[in-house]
Ligand binder design. Structure first.
Ligand SMILES: *Cc1c(COP(=O)(O)O)cnc(C)c1O
Length: 428
């Protein structure tokens, strides 16, 4: 294909995109020349929806005009505020509204959920995670294992990659769960692995883990609002995620948690706080904790309203756009990126992320063939040209076209800039 016909293709696809209008609902940063960035970093921090500013301003106004009465008055009384984000969060997670709650931060939620769901015994003390897990997750599980008096050197099982580039086959996961089955208390896997971009088969892992008597928990930091999720139908025991990545809810946004309905009424060890206590009796201020049935029973504190306001309006966009349409565009857009990298940039870039659309979300992890220094050089070149991905040590560039706001013409800018870098380094 000649370059101009590629450009025509990108423009045509953008013109035909039924979701194209959503880009205008976001604030896209610009470079010094006033040109919008080609922003591929929604896997790290999603762009700001335009509606966020007003949503926060609204709560500031309620605070100034109603003060303490804002808990009960106004169109969005703070007392119930976490419920105003619940249904959209449930939709994105493929959960029942009673199975999800917005609270805390991601790592905190992993800990609080492990308090309930990681209950090691002498016979069954182990946690299985993927090797090279996000450091916070590894710190969390390691410290949980120690907290219970067990030994991470034997009881933290880290599943090594078995595929070229560092991804893990379904067979290797199944084999590890079968091999360690009797010792496994918890399998805690990502939905999408942050470095490789691999999307795991959450339904299969859940069934395998539960099949050996273990709990199936997931960190969905990179999967929430990116990959199709059916947490309820898949029978996942618990999950946690953040909302500042594909969820576009702002830096340090309030996180999410999922607890399957079948655990709703059960007795759990948990670290309790008043906001997890039954709504009907909470304000009697009695001494006994009576958990709210469902995920809300894991709440500790009254929620940060100014931080939940962005979440409320950001998640509404997913309902409006529709998760199926978003996934359809995502598969096509990232598929086009992959196809073009393979046909135009094969001499420079290796794709780390699996090639099957069912095994990836929006993100492609790319490794520059000439090694780490060349990788840094390309990354800096792209950044200087307003093409914003991110760099993950030791040698990966992540490019994540987010279907809510990215266009084919953004992807084309990445392709062209990378080709220009190659040509500048290796004059013909
Ligand atoms: C982004 C991310 C985190 C970040 O944790 P916070 O508690 O939100 O700071 C943790 N784990 C994974 C897998 C992530 O991708």
């Amino acid at each position: 294909m000649r370059l101009d016909s590629i450009e025509q293709f990108a423009l045509d696809r953008d013109a035909l995109d039924p979701l194209a209008g959503f880009r205008d609902r976001f604030l896209v940063p610009r470079d010094g020349d006033g040109r919008e960035w080609a922003y591929f970093c929604g896997n790290s921090l999603g762009l700001q929806p335009r509606a966020v500013r007003d949503a926060i301003a609204h709560e500031l106004r309620c605070w100034s005009e109603l003060a303490v009465e804002g808990h009960f008055k106004g169109d969005l009384p703070w007392m119930h505020y976490h419920e105003f984000v619940r249904d959209d969060m449930a939709l994105v997670a493929g959960a029942l509204p009673s199975e999800v709650v917005a609270m805390n931060s991601l790592t905190a939620n992993l800990h609080f959920l492990m308090v309930s769901f990681y209950r090691p015994t002498k016979q069954r003390p182990a946690i299985l995670i993927e090797a090279g897990a996000f450091p916070s997750d590894r710190y969390a599980v390691e410290s949980q294992i120690r907290f219970h008096g067990f030994d991470p050197s034997t009881d933290l099982i880290e599943l090594e990659a078995d595929e070229p580039g560092g991804t893990i086959s379904d067979a290797a996961i199944a084999a590890a769960i079968a091999q360690h089955g009797e010792r496994l208390a918890l399998v805690l896997m990502p939905g999408v692995q942050y470095r490789t971009g691999q999307l795991f088969d959450i339904a299969a892992i859940t069934a395998q883990a539960q099949g050996v008597g273990a709990i199936a928990g997931f960190d969905l930091a990179h999967a929430f609002a990116n990959a199709p999720l059916r947490l309820h139908d898949w029978g996942v025991d618990f999950a946690a995620w953040c909302h500042y990545k594909y969820g576009n809810s702002g830096p340090g946004a309030v996180a999410g948690a999922f607890v399957h309905e079948r655990h709703a009424g059960a007795e759990f060890p948990r670290f309790a706080g008043w906001w997890g206590s039954d709504k009907d009796t909470r304000f009697r201020m009695g001494p006994h904790f009576q958990p709210t049935v469902g995920a809300e029973g894991w709440q500790l504190s009254n929620p940060p309203i100014l931080a939940l306001a962005p979440l409320r309006v950001s998640l509404q966009l997913f309902r409006e756009a529709g998760m199926e349409r978003l996934r359809e565009k995502s598969v096509a857009l990232t598929g086009w990126l992959a196809e073009q990298v393979e046909s135009r940039l094969d001499d420079v870039l290796d794709i780390v992320t699996p090639r099957e659309p069912s095994r990836r979300g929006a993100q492609l992890s790319l490794r520059v063939r000439d090694g780490r220094d060349a990788g840094r050089s390309l990354f800096d070149w792209l950044t200087a040209r307003g093409v914003i991905g991110d760099w993950r040590e030791p040698d990966v560039i992540r490019i994540s076209p987010a279907p809510l706001y990215n266009r084919y013409s953004d992807v084309l800018r990445f392709l062209d800039a990378t080709a220009a870098w190659r040509d500048a380094r290796r004059p013909a």
